[in-house]
Design a binder for this molecule. Structure first.
Ligand SMILES: [Zn+2]
Length: 457
């Protein structure tokens, strides 16, 4: 835990609000300052691109990116052959090898461009959708760019904007004390943003979330689909009246038709799905006609069969992406670990961006706390754990948890304690947590990795 986190944890609630807002001012500048507006305009203009314009745009970007990678990015310079580079420069991206998450996890620095020396760097840690922690580094321009695409293709498509008050569900521990349930959110004045705690959500606290929406005149909400679903369920069960919300934009996991229906009913609004990753390796968002359009200016997305050939429309395959928006730490043919299928039917909205029919395999299990509350996003336990390759949380009963970890050299008692502490922070001190080093995490019958398994009905 960082020092700032420790100060935050011990601070009174009023000071936590102030710290969130002070921190918020800095982040508002970092995310929405400088060339943010210019980048928003550029994304808006490209919305109207024809298929040919998109193809030309991608080819142009790819060619210069591949040339840079071949010379200035150690991992690619060392592994690509001359023939592979030449073929890729001639438009055959498939000539280049696939990039494994494990390569990036092991040595993120070997993916950084040696010909660039940005004056500000923003590292982000992610456990990714398969639980493998990854460190990715953004430059200031790339950070603003990642918000610009969200403003245009998530928020604006849903008729809202980052300039309007919003509420966010995320894995942040906004309330570090599991017992202090009356303060389930913090307000960031700088961005008129309410951070909701995903970890305090239960039947008894649902009304507090709704009060937060009313007090801060929240216009739209974004974040974990499962959290919105659970909140919506509690709201409907207790017939709590909700303020007018213009849109709910879900991120991080797949929103099922059932989840969508419940959220829309509780908040009397529409759900828009966003499919993206912390690496910003790919970006897809839902248009007004409910189709999930891939942004070709964020990444070149391929959907592949096990033999590496491209899938036909409708055929489920593995998602592989080449990131065009972030080029300081380029990801070329990056295996995301998600499964999806293309839809080749034209969208009535007229946008010429490819449509993903369905993303399969990102539904995460819900863990039930000893007091009955349902919690999500437990693979956050493994974020920023350098000695853990993969992890899995198994809930044996309401009070018994086994955390399986695949350790690397250097794993020790400190790591075990850190994991236990994180579990207790989320679930309360009374749960029993055993940390179990294993050589591998077994896959499901379908070959899928599961970050969370709950044996509690
Ligand atoms: Zn559309």
């Amino acid at each position: 835990m960082g020092r700032l986190d420790q100060v935050y944890e011990r601070a009174p609630v009023w000071l936590q609000h102030a710290m969130v807002s002070g921190y918020g001012l800095y982040w508002r500048w970092a995310r929405f300052g400088g060339e943010f507006k210019r980048r928003v305009e550029a994304y808006r203009q490209r919305d109207a691109f024809s298929k040919d314009q998109w193809a030309a745009y991608q080819q142009d970007r790819l060619r210069s990116l591949i040339a840079v990678c071949a010379h200035h990015v150690p991992h690619y310079a060392d592994t690509w052959t001359g023939a592979q580079i030449e073929a890729a420069l001639n438009g055959e991206l498939e000539a280049l090898p696939l990039l494994e998450k494990d390569d990036l996890r092991r040595s993120p620095d070997r993916f950084v461009r040696q010909d660039m020396h940005p004056f500000m760097k923003f590292p982000f840690q992610t456990s990714g959708t398969t639980g493998t922690p990854i460190q990715c580094t953004y430059t200031l321009a790339e950070l603003r760019d990642s918000l610009a695409v969200r403003e245009v293709r998530s928020a604006n498509w849903a008729s809202v904007s980052f300039s309007e008050p919003r509420a966010t569900f995320s894995g942040r521990m906004v309330e570090p004390l599991p017992s202090r349930e009356t303060h389930i959110y913090r307000y960031n004045l700088a961005e008129k943003q309410v951070y909701f705690s995903a970890f305090h959500l239960k039947t008894q606290t649902a009304h507090l979330y709704v009060e937060g929406l009313k007090r801060h005149k929240i216009r739209w909400m974004t974040g974990y689909a499962v959290s919105f679903y659970l909140l919506a369920k509690y709201i409907l069960e207790q017939s709590i009246s909700t303020p007018e919300i213009k849109a709910v934009i879900t991120t991080s996991e797949k929103v099922t038709p059932e989840m969508r229906e419940v959220i829309e009913k509780a908040f009397h609004t529409r759900v828009f799905e966003e499919y993206s990753t912390v690496e910003n390796a790919l970006f897809a968002s839902e248009c007004e006609h409910g189709r999930l359009h891939v942004s070709p200016d964020v990444g070149v997305v391929e959907i592949l069969r096990p033999d590496g050939s491209a899938c036909e429309p409708g055929e489920v395959g593995e998602v592989v992406t080449t990131c065009l928006a972030r080029t300081y730490q380029p990801l070329i043919r990056f295996r995301l670990g998600d499964l999806a299928a293309w839809d080749d039917a034209l969208c009535p909205c007229g946008r010429q961006m490819p449509v993903i029919k369905e993303v399969v395999g990102r539904i995460e299990d819900v863990v039930t706390g000893p007091d009955g509350r349902q919690l999500v996003r437990f693979h956050g336990i493994f974020v920023d754990q350098p000695h853990v390759v993969e992890g899995q949380i198994v809930q044996e009963s309401l009070r018994e948890f086994i955390v399986k970890v695949v350790p690397v050299e250097g794993f020790g008692e400190d790591d075990v304690e850190e994991i236990k502490q994180r579990m207790h922070q989320r679930l309360g001190p009374e749960v029993d947590v055993q940390v179990q080093p294993v050589s591998e995490i077994s896959r499901t019958q379908a070959g899928k990795y599961k970050a969370v398994i709950s044996k509690v009905p």
